[in-house]
Design a binder for this molecule. Structure first.
Ligand code: MTE
Ligand code: MO
Length: 321
């Protein structure tokens, strides 16, 4: 399954977008089987996943917010916890063990840029300022695999409120940690590390934009982007940046990680739309993990009622890639 990596340095395009090559029903099932054979049960997580004391463990499980329901089954934890995209730990899906090297305590979160309350916060202190809830969200990767996950967290709007952005702030730029010693993927210098993503402030304060701190009723395991990752379920998965260390309020539109690598294929907006194909494949259908069952893709991943109004007047933009 590593065939696409063996000449990586002369394959910038394929290396940048391996999921389409990687994803087919057989490879997913084989991947799950191989990873499954090496673990001792439980949720499928290596023992190290529980090694660090978590002072917030008592906050889980948080009460479910019934406003966020699903049209499909929750994807089992034993599936989603061993099939992850986290390039900091490798350009394939079996990064769960490698990701356990990430040290998430202490974890500083910096809030800066055009805001009245710039600050550096310890993650555990941030947790005291917010209230957690559980939401069931669909998730759709740009490469057409999909899952449904019970995230725990708080609205991104709460963090924006803490910062109190100035009127000139138009975008929220988010950045992942940078630590090539623990994240071997970051030693690959052809990628524009650290991982960056951005939203307009209107998107960041939409009720659906969610800061994730837990999943399946527990603190977030590292492979999902502990201790703090984004979930924007109406956008393709690459917008949902993991292991965030910095939030900056800025006037100019940030250039995100994948956009910088391949702007013709991964744009800033990246809203899910079955009718707008990726340059190399159709987005009309998606494949549910882990069976590969094909289901029709929905506009805004089914969240149009909450988010369609955000894009009025922006029809001239590439909203769907
Ligand atoms: N920092 C960082 N965030 C990231 C990525 C990544 O490689 N690094 N991959 C993105 C992509 S392409 C997807 S599909 C989702 C995968 O999230 P999951 O592993 O929890 O399913 O994370 C997104 N966030
Ligand atoms: Mo993705």
């Amino acid at each position: 399954m590593n065939i696409i990596r063996k000449r990586s340095w002369d394959l910038p395009e394929r290396e940048a977008t391996p999921e389409a090559v990687f994803f087919n029903r057989r490879s997913v099932l084989a991947g799950l089987g191989i990873a499954g054979a090496s673990i001792a049960g439980g949720a499928g997580l290596p023992r190290a996943a529980f090694a660090e004391e978590d002072p917030n463990a008592g906050l889980y499980p948080a009460k479910r917010n019934e406003a966020f329901t699903l049209d499909r089954e929750i994807t089992p934890e034993k599936v989603t916890s061993i099939y992850n995209n986290f390039y900091e730990f490798g350009s394939h899906k079996q990064i769960a063990s490698a990701a356990q090297a990430l040290k998430i305590r202490p974890w500083e979160v910096k809030i800066d840029g055009l805001c009245d309350n710039p600050q550096v916060l310890d993650y555990d202190d941030l947790m005291k300022k917010v209230s957690l809830e559980e939401r069931l969200y669909r998730f759709r990767c740009v490469e057409a695999w999909a899952m449904a996950v019970p995230w725990t967290g708080f609205p991104l709007a709460e963090l924006v409120r803490l910062a109190s952005p100035k009127p000139e702030a138009k975008y929220l730029r988010m950045e992942t940690f940078m630590d090539p010693d623990t994240a071997s993927g970051q030693r690959a210098s052809w990628y524009p590390w650290p991982y960056v993503e951005g939203l307009t402030l209107a998107e960041a304060t939409n009720e659906l934009a969610f800061m994730v701190t837990g999943v399946y009723g527990k603190p977030l395991a590292k492979q999902y982007g502990a201790p703090l990752r984004l979930a924007v379920p109406w956008k393709y998965g690459f917008k949902s940046i993991k292991s965030i260390v910095r939030f900056s309020f800025v006037e100019e539109r940030p250039v995100s990680f994948w956009e910088e690598i391949q702007s013709a294929e991964y744009g800033f907006w990246a809203n899910v739309n079955p009718e707008v194909s990726h340059p190399r494949w159709s987005q009309a259908r998606e494949q549910l993990l882990p069976t590969g069952e094909q289901v029709p893709t929905q506009l805004f991943n089914g969240y149009g009622e909450q988010v369609a109004a955000l894009y009025k007047g922006l029809e001239g933009e590439n909203l769907y890639m």
